[in-house]
Ligand binder design. Structure first.
Ligand code: MN
Ligand code: MN
Length: 317
């Protein structure tokens, strides 16, 4: 089963809204090599895993990486929503129509007509969509789970490497700090996951020096990436296993297959993170669309709940 922590896995830097950057990031969320695909692919591979007890470390590694990908979906989806809407506490240019809809006589949603995907404003209320950067819906047919461990691991390595390549290209499309902070984090975690699948293949007899080079993108040239690499984030894998039953550390250890001189290690959950906040109301989108009568009902519900919590407290005290 899954638990949820009310923290984003990495901090999103504060910057101006940027619907074009948001749309480029959609490829990293709902594209063929995006976070929704990695999440589903590893979770399906883990659920469907076959083998005797000696193969448990492989299932546990897939499970841990798949669980992390859920948090990547949450991070990149939230980043897209902020780029469309403006970050909490936003204090950008007041002339920006995203900031003040309808300013200077404009129609309130006029910005939508000139953005990469009008659905961000028309179908959703300035939030992320489960589509790629040209609007193709995410598809379950992207998911590769052959049931053959070597084939699945090979495909996973290719998936992470292609995801990283595309994110490096998105990095070069925008200088928006919010977009870049999330892209940089995902680039470094892609490398950590490349290490995971490369190491698992190594344990099955692959000698990387003699077989395949691990694709390089020289992402360290990007300062936000270099900062995270200097912290060693590319060489650690989280198990997200609060019962400490994961055997992923049997695979994710020893010299990094990236040949960067680091040693691989595991830990239960990531350090840091950032509190999740609720996005502000968007009247021009009729979101959340609550009138005074509906708000009164919400307030009444909250009071009933607080009342019952207080009663429970008194009983237990
Ligand atoms: Mn990811
Ligand atoms: Mn990954």
């Amino acid at each position: 089963m899954y638990l949820h922590r009310q923290q984003l896995i990495n901090e999103i830097a504060i910057d101006e809204p940027d619907p074009a950057a948001a749309n480029a990031l959609q490829e990293g969320l709902g594209g063929q090599f995006g976070e929704m695909r990695t999440m589903m692919q590893y979770l399906f591979q883990s659920m469907n895993f076959r083998g005797d007890s000696s193969s448990k470390p492989y299932k546990d590694l897939l499970q841990g990486v798949g669980t992390e990908e859920i948090s990547h979906v949450e991070l990149i989806g939230t980043t897209i929503a902020r780029l469309l809407d403006g970050a909490p506490g936003y204090s950008g240019k007041k002339s920006d129509p995203v900031d003040e809809p309808g300013k200077k006589g404009a129609t309130p949603l006029s910005i939508a007509k000139d953005t990469g995907n009008i659905h961000h404003f028309l179908v959703g209320a300035q939030g992320a969509l489960p589509v790629d950067s040209v609007g193709n819906p995410w598809s379950g047919s992207y998911v590769y789970n052959s049931g053959n461990l070597v084939l699945d691991l090979l495909y996973n390595l290719m998936l992470e490497s292609t995801g990283r390549l595309q994110k490096c290209r998105i990095y070069e499309m925008t200088d928006n700090k919010a977009a870049r902070s999330t892209i940089a984090y995902l680039i470094v975690r892609d490398q950590a996951h490349e290490n995971a699948f490369a190491k698992a293949l190594e344990s099955l007899g692959v000698d990387w020096g003699k077989t395949l080079p691990i694709p390089k993108t020289n992402a360290e040239q990007f300062p936000e990436v270099k900062k995270l690499v200097d912290q060693g984030l590319q060489s650690v894998q989280y198990t997200f296993d609060i019962d400490d039953a994961s055997q992923a550390a049997k695979l994710y250890r020893g010299a990094s297959p990236s040949n960067d001189g680091t040693e691989l290690s595991t830990q239960t959950i990531p350090e840091g993170g950032m509190p999740i906040t609720i996005a502000p109301e968007r009247k021009e989108e009729f979101a959340p669309g609550l009138d005074p009568e509906l708000l009164a009902l919400i307030q009444a519900t909250a009071e009933v709940e607080i009342d019952s919590i207080n009663k429970t407290d008194t009983t237990t005290a």
